[in-house]
Structures are given as C-alpha cells and as structure tokens.
Design a binder for this molecule. Structure first.
Ligand SMILES: [Zn+2]
Length: 326
C-alpha cells in the first residue's frame, strides 16, 4: 500500500518507544517594524508518559525562535514570539485538547469532545475574539474527564484510584482489576462483555508483587511500586476488541482517499484502498491491539491509531516530527 496522503500522528523513538505528535502554532512580530508571521511545528513527545502535567509544561515553555525580519532585517529571537498554541488529539474522534499562551503570561485551555485533530487547521486564537466559552485556566485530569469521559493518562488515574478487590472502569474502554493471587480474570472479562463493549482482553500488570516489564509502556515503569507493595494481589488491565474495530473504521473513514475495513474472520481486520497500485491490504488483529492497550493501560482508540500509523510507516517510510504531512 503506497502513501495515502494521511497525516501520521505516531512515530517511534529510541528502542521503538512510541511518540505522539503535538501541533504547535506560534506568532512572531518584529519589534522594530511590526512585520509578523505565523509558523506551525510538529513536536514529538513520548506517548506512554504523556500526562496533563506534561502538556502544561509544553505550553508554559516559550518556543525557541531564531530568524530575521523579512521586512527590515532585524534579528528575531524568542523575544519576538507574541503568542503560541499547542494542540493534541485523543484519537478515534474522542476529542481535542488545545492550550493557548501569550508572551505576557496568559494561559488557557480548551477541551473539545467528539472532535478530530486536524494538522492543517489554524487554531482559533482566543485573543482574536475566538470563541472564549468553555475555557479552563489550567489543564487537569478532572477537566479532561468531565469533557471527554476518559482520562488523558489512564496510568495516572489507575495509580490514584485502584482499589483492592475492585473492578475499576477508567473509561468506556479501559478497566483495572485488583484480584487475589491466582483468582481467575476470565469472569471479570465475561462480566464486562455484558455491559456494552465486547470482547474484553485481559493483560497482567503485576503478578504476586512483580510488575510486567520489557516493552514500551510496561507496568514496571508506572505501576511497579504499587504491585511491589501488594504481593498478595494480581493487578490486571482490560480493554475491549469491539472498541478497536470501531476506532479503526472511524479513523479510516476520515482518510482523504477511499479506504475500507473488512472483518473476516471476526477480529481480523483488513484495510484496503480500492484503486491503489498495490492491492495488498494491511492486516490488523483487534485482539492483539486490545491486549497492547490492556497491558500498557493506554486508550484502545489511541493504540489503534498507533498500530495503524506503525503499519503505514512500514509501508511508506520514516517518520520524523517535521515530516508528518505526508
Ligand atoms: Zn522588522
């Protein structure tokens, strides 16, 4: 399958650890003659450790700038940056998070449900009289969850909220269960099947005090202390295959070229693009994607996009944050 003209949001850093792109827009004004321009950058950040705190840090940092005024040849540095915005997409149409900053220190955030991040769109600057409704002064998990019904970081939420013996829903697509050593997790998955999403897959996070390890986003990096403090418990993550299948269809439906997802047999997804010179479909296993989401407590929709971008990268070439608009 050749390039589809699709913006890739995920890439892979050192050791194959997934990175996700933020869009940063910044406005520069020459202090001498007033000439101004806007610039867009794509910035990679580690996916599994992305939290609201990390996004706040990204917004707080004034973006570096080094250039020359095209009108009067004045040297322009970051002091010429008057305002900037960062935008992040929660994939599968869950929503977007936008942060706005001015050089005078103003900060505000907007979390929009059921929205898709568009790498070509210009941010609606608030100080241009853009829609100022629904703005938050700061970005917190409470703000994200109340707007979107899911956390930005399920890992952080699980650390704060998990309870012994409880099956805790972190969102519509992620559950953490703390069971006694050796208690079977299958009944938990079966019970979840009756609640809405189907085909819940369980993955161990910590068994008998030892957290799972050895892959990007593994529990030893963010849940190891919790597991070690509770050797009498087995901690599990669970995610549904039905959400993976739906997310892949929803994402592909927005591609600029006609692409189709077929499911045969159930759980085996084939993405094909009629008219493409290379008719070989890209194949996905919904159960494997759900397992990856469960073992890293990452949203299944995000992981679906991650695996889709990984497959497209394999088909089309190398990813760098600057080469996203492929
Ligand atoms: Zn100038």
């Amino acid at each position: 399958m050749s390039s589809l003209g699709v913006t890739l949001w995920f890439g892979f850093g050192r050791g194959g650890a997934p990175e996700v792109a933020l869009v940063r827009d910044l406005a520069v004004a020459c202090p001498v003659c007033g000439w101004g321009r806007e610039e867009r950058r794509f910035e990679a950040t580690p996916f599994h450790s992305l939290t609201v705190g990390r996004l706040r840090e990204r917004l707080d940092a004034a973006p570096p700038f080094d250039g020359v005024c095209e009108q009067c040849d004045e040297r322009l540095t970051e002091a010429a940056v008057t305002r900037w915005a960062i935008r992040y997409g929660l994939h599968g149409g869950v929503g977007t998070i936008e942060g706005f900053a001015t050089a005078h220190g103003a900060r505000s955030w907007r979390v929009t449900p059921r929205a898709w991040l568009d790498g070509y769109e210009v941010p609606a600057w608030i100080d241009d009289g853009g829609d100022g409704s629904g703005l938050a002064e700061s970005l917190t998990e409470a703000v994200v969850r109340s707007a979107l019904g899911r956390p930005l970081s399920a890992k952080q939420l699980a650390r704060r909220r998990w309870t012994e013996g409880e099956v805790l829903a972190l969102s519509d697509g992620l559950v953490v269960a703390a069971l006694r050593n050796g208690d079977p997790v299958a009944p938990v998955a079966a019970a979840l099947d009756a609640t809405g999403e189907q085909g819940w897959i369980a993955a161990p996070l910590s068994v008998g005090g030892t957290a799972t390890a050895g892959f990007a986003g593994a529990a030893d990096g963010w849940f190891g202390d919790v597991g070690a403090a509770h050797p009498d418990l087995d901690l599990w993550g669970l995610a549904p295959t039905s959400l993976v299948t739906r997310a892949l269809r929803d994402i592909v439906a927005r591609f600029p070229v006609e692409s189709t997802v077929t499911e045969a047999p159930p759980g085996q997804l084939a993405l094909s693009t009629p008219g493409d010179a290379d008719p070989t479909p890209l194949l996905f296993d919904a159960g494997e994607i759900a397992y990856e989401a469960a073992r890293t407590l990452a949203d299944p929709r995000d992981v679906t996009r991650l695996e889709l971008d990984r497959a497209l990268l394999g088909a089309t070439g190398l990813w760098t944050p600057g080469s996203l608009e492929g």
